[in-house]
Design a protein around this ligand. Sequence first.
Ligand code: ZN
Length: 125
Amino acid sequence: MAYYPDLSPYTYDTADREMLTVGWLSREHPYTTGTAPEGLVEALVRLAREAVNVQRGMHFCNLCPDFQTARAHTSRGDVFIGSGEIRVTSDSGIVYAAPTMIVHYVEDHAYLPPEEFCVAALGAV
Ligand SMILES: [Zn+2]
């Protein structure tokens, strides 16, 4: 999976509207950590059920200490998070594109997405 800094223009494929990236993490780049707002993980799980751009390939978390652990985290409950992306639209019309793996990043790696994204995700469900 490609790395993008949070809130950079989304360039993963051709989109018909402008989007900003959130949660495209890599072990080679530092990311913001903290305590996620209440309900964020659940909101992201619900969004991940309606993933878009689901590829045939599978993505493994590269923040996990080893492959066994990463492989155990390609789904969360009955929701597959090893492929695809979620879309979140803010009140002001900004669209965020995040990998479904963001569920695992927030829940298990203490990743704290930008506040504007958290607000939008919590408002979307
Ligand atoms: Zn991981």
